[in-house]
Design a protein around this ligand. Structure first.
Ligand SMILES: [Zn+2]
Length: 128
């Protein structure tokens, strides 16, 4: 199934890109703090970042990958990550559904970026 994951691909297109995640780890779209609330290029970085579910670090680029899992395991991975970071885990099902819906229309290999509440395509998949 298609899942949003961290990638270094297409980093550097924006001057304030960063990537502290593990390549391929699952990411989610975390909350934005007061510093970046109105500006994805704000001083913090969370307004343009995806949050790594394993590393608990962040990246400005994410890739849609085909991961051999299912919804149940995806929800459980999200829940475990939220709990580990002391976020309320009750919303893990909705979060998983939202992320699955978000990436549903994009082909595997698409690289996306985040501008606050909006996730946009940065790079379409390359064909070998
Ligand atoms: Zn922030």
């Amino acid at each position: 199934m298609k899942i949003l994951t961290a990638t270094a691909t297409a980093q550097g297109r924006r001057h304030n890109d960063f990537n502290y995640c593990i390549e391929g780890e699952l990411v989610w779209i975390g909350l934005v703090c007061a510093t970046d609330r109105r500006n994805p290029d704000g001083g913090c970085g969370c307004g343009r970042a995806f949050a790594g579910m394993s590393s608990h670090r962040a990246t400005t680029t994410a890739m849609i990958r085909d991961v051999a899992t299912d919804r149940r395991r995806y929800v459980s991975a999200l829940r475990a990550s939220l709990e580990a970071q002391r976020w309320p885990a009750a919303g893990a099902d909705d979060l998983a559904d939202g992320l699955m819906q978000l990436v549903g229309d994009w082909p595997v290999g698409t690289v996306v970026e985040r501008r606050l509440d909006e996730v946009r395509v940065r790079d379409w998949p390359r064909h070998a």
